[in-house]
Ligand binder design. Structure first.
Ligand SMILES: NC(=O)c1ccc[n+]([C@@H]2O[C@H](COP(=O)([O-])OP(=O)(O)OC[C@H]3O[C@@H](n4cnc5c(N)ncnc54)[C@H](OP(=O)(O)O)[C@@H]3O)[C@@H](O)[C@H]2O)c1
Length: 281
């Protein structure tokens, strides 16, 4: 196999750098996670996106430890789960995340959902600020926050989130929220970047892929990269893990970018952050 591609870094608002392409582990069974993450690290990925909710932090930690790479060479993100938004619970949940990962310091910790209908995410964010001040995480951010949620954080708390991780793909291009993030120095991370496969048969995307001799997934991931977002496609399939990283040796034209962006139809694969309110089981 040819040498691993060089993945560009994005500099976050506190100076920390993050590889623009990473590897997501949502819906990877714990028993399959170590092998998938090891395959990604062998292929050249240096950024792993997990969450307490995914139930596989331990296996992510094991893969990083067994990879032979230095801890500082792999950027690891995890997320505060929905049941732990109260101040003391958030602090304890972060301790458990570090324990489960077997790490002394995390690179990025996110509030997974704002849950505006239950609890107060500004209290949660103040706990995140304390965790940042402890030095046990290098950056903090949010996920699934809309502009109104961010505005409240700006007004009532101190630290501007380093990232906002939101659903973005050609059927949900989110330009308004991405521009809002950018205006406030917040990097956008695009989750479900290929809409869990739903955009790959789109004729606009398959036509561009055919012209360039690339796969539809590569074209969509390249669209994200050229728009400046951070992405972390998930796959348990070795050939796809390798395919998804080979997106740094071709370019889409301005016209390609515009045609893909025009596919927007406001279609979510996941919940709407304004109405999603987690209820304990
Ligand atoms: N913050 C949040 O609320 C949130 C929500 C959802 C996701 N995320 C993060 O975003 C990451 C990515 O999103 P996602 O896992 O939902 O979806 P995704 O990356 O858009 O798509 C994953 C699906 O596409 C398939 N796939 C991957 N590469 C492919 C390729 N080259 N060709 C064809 N099919 C391909 C995978 O199949 P196989 O695995 O079978 O190969 C899997 O079924 C997650 O893993 C997670 O880290 C965050």
């Amino acid at each position: 196999m040819s040498a691993a591609p060089v993945i560009p870094d994005i500099t976050l608002n506190n100076g920390v750098t993050i590889p623009q392409l990473g590897f997501g582990v949502f819906q990877i069974e714990p028993k399959d996670t170590k092998a998938a993450v090891l395959a990604a690290l062998e292929t050249g990925y240096r950024h792993i996106d997990t969450a307490e909710m995914y139930g596989n932090e331990k296996q992510v930690g094991q893969a990083v430890a067994e990879s032979g790479l230095k801890r500082s060479d792999v950027f690891v993100t995890s997320k505060l789960n929905n049941g732990y938004h109260a101040h003391a619970q958030a602090l304890a949940a972060f301790d458990r995340t570090l324990d489960d990962l077997g790490m002394e310091q995390l690179d990025l910790f996110l509030v997974h959902w704002p849950l505006p209908g239950i609890g107060d995410y500004t209290e949660t964010w103040r706990a995140m600020e304390e965790i940042l001040a402890s030095g046990r995480v290098r950056a903090i951010g949010v996920s699934n926050f809309q502009t109104a949620h961010l505005d409240r954080l700006f007004q009532e708390t101190s630290v501007v989130p380093a990232v906002n991780q939101i659903e973005v793909h050609p059927y949900l291009v989110q330009d308004e929220l991405r521009e809002f993030d950018a205006r406030h120095g917040i990097a956008t991370q695009a989750w479900s970047p290929i809409a869990q496969g739903k955009v790959l048969d789109d004729p606009v995307i398959t036509a561009i892929a055919g012209r360039l001799g690339r796969s539809p997934a590569q074209v969509v991931l390249r669209w994200h990269i050229q728009r400046g977002d951070i992405v972390f496609p998930k796959s348990v399939t070795r050939a796809r893990i390798e395919e998804n990283i080979r997106i740094f040796d071709f370019e889409l034209t301005e016209d390609d970018l515009a045609r893909i962006t025009a596919l927007d139809r406001g279609e979510r694969t996941g919940p709407d952050p304004d109405t999603f309110n987690w209820v304990p089981a």
